[in-house]
Design a protein around this ligand. Structure first.
Ligand SMILES: [Zn+2]
Length: 92
């Protein structure tokens, strides 16, 4: 999982699932070297695009059940992008 690589020591700074709880406003500490990291704004915002697209598409659709399924899929897609693609960056 490249998205959990520490920007200081290059090791895995946190468990992939715990990255769900981080955003550009939060700060964490690498579990290996203890240095502080955060998430960069632009990629973190870009990760929300799949979810936002699904919400927008939902306004054009009449099938609420299908939309609910797409919403769940979009949420998962954004979560995967967030964890896998958004890098950790040095904080402070
Ligand atoms: Zn580290």
């Amino acid at each position: 999982m490249g998205g959990t690589t520490c920007p200081y020591c290059g090791k895995s700074a946190l468990a992939w699932w715990s990255k769900f709880f981080y955003n550009p406003l939060s700060e964490g500490a690498c579990r290996v070297c203890g240095e502080p990291f955060t998430l960069p704004w632009a990629p973190a915002m870009a990760a929300y695009i799949p979810f936002v697209l699904v919400v927008l598409v939902g306004f054009l659709m009449v099938d609420a059940y299908l939309w609910a399924q797409m919403l769940a899929a979009g949420f998962v897609a954004s979560g995967v992008v967030h964890v896998v693609w958004v890098p950790l960056v040095k904080s402070g």
